[in-house]
Design a protein around this ligand. Structure first.
Ligand code: ADP
Length: 266
């Protein structure tokens, strides 16, 4: 720092120099602050975007789900409405016609009941790890109960796993029902083996490579599902049950040769 000497021999600092230094420090600090503000603004923008991404994706998924569910509910409702309206427009109300309409209405009501049951199950198994009652269960007993009166070939070994009986019965039922639905009337085989494996095999239509990555998505239905009953929700419920058991589900399939769904419990 430059110092000047005054006549009575004391050292004094030049006031111009002090002012200049002050203004330099002020501008340096101002530039630094603007820089820090800019950096924190930009990084804040990117970080908040990153943090919010899963939330916005979840909301998008939820929106799509609600729109799909409403669409599926609207179809049978529209058909119910049209049938009733057309019937009421007729001049005479005949008992025979009324019965026919009621039978058809009942079918639509049954479809809606099935859909709402699926939706309730989706919700139940999505948030349910607390509701499941885990205990030692025998997979062989579970698949026999799930198969009910369906004609299925059993190849069952006693396999004890830690699981929730009701949801595992539902999982087996979904896989067996699908094997029958897409099984072209051919043999369906259910296998349980150690250490904790469940297989459901059919020799039916198979799944195309294009469909395979999506079959566990909600409301996804493959090409071969056209004309068959369903909403594309069974396998997403199955996957949720598998996840709740920390298990894995694998699919092997060949078009026109059949499919094998394999659940591996750890
Ligand atoms: P849905 O059977 O009601 O369509 P799912 O969620 O149970 O719904 O199955 C999703 C899709 O996976 C089906 O539409 C079908 O294309 C395919 N799929 C499931 N199981 C089988 C199977 N055993 N054989 C052939 N395709 C199957």
């Amino acid at each position: 720092m430059k110092k000047i000497r005054r006549p009575n021999s004391s050292f004094l600092i030049d006031p111009d120099l002090i002012a200049e230094t002050k203004s330099r420090i002020f501008f340096s600090l101002l530039t630094l602050n603007i820089f820090i503000l800019g950096i924190s603004g930009v990084s804040g923008y990117f970080l908040s975007g990153k943090t919010l991404k899963p939330i916005s994706e979840m909301m998008e998924e939820q929106k799509e789900f609600i729109s799909n569910a409403s669409h599926e509910l609207r179809t049978p409702l529209a058909s119910l409405k049209t049938e009733i309206e057309v019937f009421l427009r007729g001049k005479e109300l005949r008992l025979g016609d009324a019965k026919e309409i009621l039978i058809s209405n009942l079918e639509e009501v049954n479809k809606m009941t099935r859909l709402s049951n699926y939706l309730l199950e989706l919700n139940k198994f999505q948030n349910s790890s607390g509701n499941l009652k885990f205990s030692k269960v025998n997979l062989a007993d579970i698949v026999k109960e799930a198969a009910g009166k369906n004609k299925v070939k059993f190849n069952l070994k006693k396999v004890t796993i830690n699981g929730d009986k009701d949801s595992l019965t539902e999982l087996s039922r979904i896989l067996i029902d699908n094997a029958i639905k897409y099984g072209s009337g051919k043999e369906v085989e259910v296998v349980t083996k150690k250490p904790g494996i469940l297989e459901v095999k059919d020799k039916g239509v198979g799944i195309s490579e294009k469909d395979l990555p999506h079959i566990f998505d909600r409301f996804y239905r493959g090409d071969k599902a056209i004309g068959k009953d369903g909403y594309g929700l069974g396998l997403s419920i199955a996957k949720q049950i598998v996840d709740q058991h920390s298990a894995k589900i694998k699919v092997e399939s060949k078009l026109s040769k059949g499919s094998t769904f394999k659940v591996i419990f750890s």
